[in-house]
Write a protein that binds this ligand. Structure first.
Ligand code: ZN
Length: 140
């Protein structure tokens, strides 16, 4: 079972590459922009996540995959890096490893010249440090 944290990260990474979230079996497509803001998930992203939470992940999945968020948050599934591109992908916990990654329909991928999608955590620390430095500077 993937943690909520990891599912959010999984979506955030793919959103940064332009993959959309499919809601209600295709009746709605969401792509929050920006994904990250000030080193954390953006309001748009959190709103999108709230929609998923309201539906308990039912019939919500990442464009190009058929694994629902509901499955990801249930036993038997987890998120692992893709062997080809290192992006997080839905994988069956036991049994055959999945070889399916949404990267299979991205042209020119993996592309080492593009910035790698990021997670908010490290950026956050980095920004906090900068902010501390600025605050210290102001008060001295
Ligand atoms: Zn991949």
């Amino acid at each position: 079972m993937a943690s909520t944290q990891n599912v959010k990260l999984y979506l955030a990474y793919w959103f940064q590459l332009g993959k959309k979230l499919v809601l209600a079996n295709g009746r709605e497509l969401l792509l929050p922009k920006p994904v990250m803001e000030g080193g954390r998930y953006s309001r748009q992203f959190e709103e999108c996540w709230q929609k998923i939470a309201d539906l308990e992940g039912k019939d919500c999945y990442l464009e190009g995959t058929d694994t629902t968020i509901q499955s990801l948050l249930s036993p038997g599934w987890d998120i692992y890096p893709c062997a080809r591109c290192n992006m997080p992908i839905a994988t069956v916990e036991l049994g055959l490893p999945s070889i399916f990654c949404p990267c299979s329909d991205l042209l020119y991928w993996p592309n080492l010249e593009l910035p790698v999608p990021r997670s908010p955590v490290s950026t956050n620390n980095h920004l906090t440090r900068i902010k501390h430095r600025l605050d210290n500077h102001k008060s001295s």
